[in-house]
Design a protein around this ligand. Structure first.
Ligand code: ZN
Ligand code: ZN
Length: 424
């Protein structure tokens, strides 16, 4: 059995069950993912949903969940929850009444440390917060929304992505929470792949999808010739790709298409295209997909070489980790962040579920050290453009990022100026 899913798989599982519930017409007022999925944790051990329904409908709802599809089987069942085994993995659904929806959401969203901190705070104010319900002096207190329970405890609403080690509760009390970035702040995507390398869709299809999302710009950044990817862009094909993008620009209005590249950092620290080729791109991302067996020191040096390179604008997914599958590189992030901030090189929060890298903690550290951050989809198929940006923004929110920290919340002129400054 799979024990930990990456966020993408967990999300798909939660969505699939929600769709089945809707199709089956089960009596729910709301059905929402809670737990790690709601907090955008990169790895999810417990895919959990909260179903809000009137108490008298609970047993009917549990019966419906137990027989949701022919392949679903029941692992456990109580009066207020059911654990199911599905073909995409195990999942639990907790039930709450509308009167308890807020307390139950908070309880089941976690993290455990956050819930403990809230519980302790409740106690100091004469409340008892337990098992997804709030009481005072033995009497039930209605919490139809999370806002209600936070405000009962003299706190502002704390976004799920910040509910981590409990210290956010003290920050909230002092009005110290950030004005977090949201998806609508994103003006464009600076990292995407097409069928010129290992992407599935044409440039045209990707640009259409980006335009449909209301983006002002999309950078097409295929893999360089010797990149550690299943398909790559040969140096000889770069002019052909450029002509295709120029034709696309002439045909499609309302969005700026940047011709970029995701160049690999080679084992010797050089980049996988010569400078005269790199200079022809509108934006250059550099990444390390293959550690060549190097240790922390050499990997850090390889990155530092790329960061100092005047034609490199963004370091993508620096840890090159894969949540649930592969740990990231051991790197001296302090040196990388210092060099990135000093040279005007951005570092990326990559929203592909196979990366989610930098993670929240690293992104927060980078932000504190003054590094410019970009949040990208690293999308390989048009249909995932929005979803992967959502994961990227969720990850950035876990890093306490505000719009002002993120380059691609700004317009195209500022993107071009960012590239030009380093080249000068
Ligand atoms: Zn990559
Ligand atoms: Zn990529």
């Amino acid at each position: 059995m799979i024990s930990r899913l990456n966020l993408g798989r967990a999300h798909s599982l939660a969505n699939a069950v929600a769709q089945h519930v809707q199709r089956a017409g089960l009596p729910v007022a709301a059905l929402v993912p809670v737990g790690s999925v709601r907090r955008f944790a990169p790895e999810v051990g417990d895919v959990t949903l909260l179903a809000v329904a009137a108490a008298e409908r609970h047993s009917e709802l549990l019966d419906g969940l137990a027989t949701l599809t022919p392949s679903v089987s029941v692992l456990r069942r109580s009066e207020t929850s059911i654990a199911l085994s599905t073909e995409k993995g195990p999942l639990a659904v907790h039930l709450a009444t509308p009167d308890d929806a807020g307390a139950a959401m908070l309880w089941h969203t976690g993290s455990r440390k956050h819930t403990e901190a809230i519980r302790a705070r409740a106690r100091t104010r004469g409340y008892d917060f337990a098992d997804g319900r709030l009481h005072r002096g033995g009497a039930h207190v209605e919490t139809p929304s999370e806002d209600v329970i936070y405000s009962r405890l003299d706190l502002p609403y704390i976004p799920p992505e910040l509910r981590e080690d409990g210290s956010e509760v003290a920050k909230a009390e002092r009005n110290g929470l950030p004005q977090l970035i949201t998806v609508p702040h994103i003006r464009g995507d600076l990292h995407s792949h097409t069928s010129w390398s290992d992407g599935r869709d044409t440039s045209e299809r990707m640009v259409q999808a980006a335009r449909d999302l209301g983006y002002d710009y999309l950078a097409i950044t295929d893999h360089s010739e010797r990149a550690f990817a299943s398909r790559t862009l040969a140096g000889a094909d770069v002019p052909k790709q450029r002509r295709e993008i120029e034709a696309l620009r002439a045909r499609m209005s309302g969005i700026t298409v940047l011709h970029g590249v995701e160049a690999d950092i080679m084992p010797d620290g050089s980049l996988d295209f010569p400078d005269d080729v790199l200079r022809g791109f509108d934006i250059v991302l550099a990444s390390l997909h293959d550690d060549s067996g190097h240790d922390r020191e050499r990997l850090t040096e390889r990155y530092l070489g790329a960061i100092r390179h005047p034609l490199v604008n963004v370091i993508t997914h620096p840890a090159n980790r894969s949540p649930g599958a592969r740990a990231g590189y051991d790197l001296d992030y302090g040196r990388l962040f210092e060099a990135a901030a000093r040279t005007g090189t951005a570092m990326e929060v990559d929203g592909a579920p196979g990366h989610l890298d930098m993670d929240g903690a690293l992104a927060r550290e980078a932000m504190r050290r003054g590094v410019t951050i970009v949040v990208d989809s690293d999308c390989h198929r048009a249909e995932n453009l929005a979803r992967q940006m959502e994961f990227g923004v969720g990850t950035a929110r876990r890093g306490w990022l505000e719009p002002r920290h993120v380059l691609n919340t700004k317009g195209i002129a500022e993107i071009r100026a960012f590239v030009a400054r380093k080249r000068a």
